[in-house]
Design a protein around this ligand. Structure first.
Ligand SMILES: *Cc1c(COP(=O)(O)O)cnc(C)c1O
Length: 233
């Protein structure tokens, strides 16, 4: 077994253990393998070990990888910060976008999504960490954005995503995830929506996120190893 296949097995076991431990039982949790900065061969190894969904953060890096792996029929999630001049590439090559935080970006994605493709699956990124974090829409701004994005024709609003501030305080991190779930539930009820996705939890905190209802965990390091050449670092 390759290192990546063994790591995947370990991560899947972590997820399964936590899913079983949660009371009341939680729904299935999907694993998004975050392959940013890793080469096509690493993704092939993960795919050979049964992994289907991959996350990328940089359009220029991702486009050739997606093209090279086209015959595998993988599912691609864009999870990076998204500027207006990069939306076209995302709308063309990805099935999911996790980090939408501005209406302008969502509008462009909807306009640019080919009518022959299924709607782009979208999560809105929420800042549940207050001043400790700069990314994401504030909980106060969220209702307006949710309503506007839900109305866009070529997007399907699937839910919310967050990246809490880095912290060793498990109770604090967990409270951030709980907040995201509460916001999702509240907005579903208020606007009659069916947001089914909570994209939260990474290599270091996926158990905490699952305990609070994560439906997608985004895991990079624990599968592929440390990123030495992260363009964002
Ligand atoms: C890089 C990245 C991850 C993966 O983080 P790890 O700690 O390596 O698991 C998850 N989510 C987002 C948005 C990322 O940019």
């Amino acid at each position: 077994m390759t290192g990546i296949a063994a790591n995947l097995q370990t991560v899947r076991a972590r997820i399964a253990r936590e899913v079983q431990a949660v009371e009341p039982p939680v729904q299935a949790v999907s694993l998004l393998a975050v392959s940013k900065t890793f080469p096509v061969e690493a993704i092939r190894e993960a795919a050979a070990a049964g992994q289907r969904a991959f996350g990328e953060s940089y359009v220029q890096e991702a486009a050739p990888k997606i093209e090279a792996l086209g015959e595998l029929g993988l599912e691609w999630h864009f999870i990076g910060p998204l500027q207006a001049n990069k939306t076209r590439g995302v709308a063309a090559a990805f099935q999911w976008v996790h980090g939408v935080e501005r209406l302008r970006i969502a509008q462009r994605l909807s306009e640019q999504r080919d009518v022959h493709l299924p709607p782009l699956q979208v999560c809105l990124q929420v800042n549940v960490s207050g001043e400790q974090s700069k990314s994401g829409v504030t909980p106060e701004e969220l209702p307006e954005l949710v309503q506007a994005v839900a109305a866009l024709p070529r997007l399907q609003l699937r839910g919310l995503m967050t990246i809490p501030e880095a912290s060793d305080d498990d109770a604090l991190v967990r409270s951030r995830f709980a907040r995201l779930r509460a916001l999702r539930d509240e907005l579903n009820q208020r606007f009659g929506l069916e947001m089914d996705t909570l994209s939260m939890g990474m290599s270091g905190d996926l158990e905490l996120a699952i305990a609070e209802g994560a439906t997608i965990v985004r895991v990079g390091t624990a599968i592929f190893g440390n990123r030495e050449a992260d363009p964002a670092a």
